[in-house]
Design a protein around this ligand. Sequence first.
Ligand code: NAD
Length: 395
Amino acid sequence: MATKKELRIGLIGTGLMGRTHSNGYNQVSHFFPELGHTPVLKAVCSRNQENVQKFAEQWGYESTETDWRAIVARDDIDAIDICTPNDTHAEIAIAAAEAGKMILCEKPLARTLAEAQRMVDAVEKAGVQNTVWYNYRRVPAVTLAKQIVDSGKLGKIFHYRANFLQDWTISADVPQGGTGTWRMDVEAAGSGVTGDLLAHCIDTAMWLNGSITDVSALTETFVKQRMHQLTGKVQPVGIDDACLFHCRFGNGSLGLFEATRYARGHKALYTLEINGEHASIRWDLHDMNRLEYFDHDDESIVRGWRSILVTDSDQPYMKRWWIPGTSIGYEHTFTHQVADFLKSLDTGEPCAPTFQDALETQKVCEAVLESATSRSWKETGVAVNIGEVTQSALS
Ligand SMILES: NC(=O)c1ccc[n+]([C@@H]2O[C@H](COP(=O)([O-])OP(=O)(O)OC[C@H]3O[C@@H](n4cnc5c(N)ncnc54)[C@H](O)[C@@H]3O)[C@@H](O)[C@H]2O)c1
């Protein structure tokens, strides 16, 4: 067997995403054996030495650091993986690009459009490979949705609808800031559900249905003050707890989006639906291996919503896994992204979504927040040809 080239990873942040990415690096070569590159878990960084040591032993990292600058400065690291809260993304990514490292950055790319632009400028100047972990693109059923849309089966698209609903911040006792609740602190997160949840919906939407050109939004902060974990004081809450927006796409269709952390009973209900002239598709994260599909061209007596279990070997990514009829899960989306990143190193192609792609999502997020504040429609400034951006899914 030909020797694989090593991709020496330096991972920063050992929370939820640190675990999903580490799992992806550990799994990828078993399931995508033809790739010319293989990840090597060279170093992991988190601020507490005892915790980072435990993480390194659990996931198989060769060494640890407690300062991200040390990991960025190391000569034995090829790629920096940013799994830290949003306020650290720009500083780490820009330093990593200046050090000539490849970068895999968690979403949202940054807290603001200005920060995100600086990150794009840095990777472009350095010419380093980069990607952003908008992982829902790599759910096989969502990738299949992309193939169906691109095949033209839906015809002219009229509507795009997406929700991302949670309920974990309803209690006024949930604090803001610090470990575990940095998402509640506008300084650390940049925004609330807009950057955290809607950014995912927007990334998928523009991948499936092209650019979002104009938005009109409404946000609410239901609990106005919360205790800040770092200061111990009750302070105003600066994030959006809920955000609704409607929009126009460049292809003439209308979009409707909702995200909230106040939908009692919902933990992570991400759903999307597209209605076209000839057909519609619908997907739900809670039943993530299924794609629902309605085709008006079906014979009328059997016409109805089909429930497609996306586990067959000719469906995206699935021949890599088990046998038809057996499901895969959330963690596989990260393995798929690692595989596609490694593939991009073999081919020299970009690995979408790149920082530049994620900048377009950031433009929509910024326009949404500005629209809510100003109570007016906003143009997003998103490049009109974004729907043409392709992503090579390993099948
Ligand atoms: N792609 C997805 O579906 C998805 C899901 C969840 C989170 N995210 C994103 O991933 C990022 C991390 O989120 P999470 O849920 O893993 O958070 P988390 O709170 O679980 O973990 C954050 C980690 O970063 C570490 N950290 C914080 N500041 C640091 C610093 N200065 N130096 C080194 N380590 C530092 C913390 O100690 C912790 O280990 C965020 O940007 C978030 O938006 C993406």
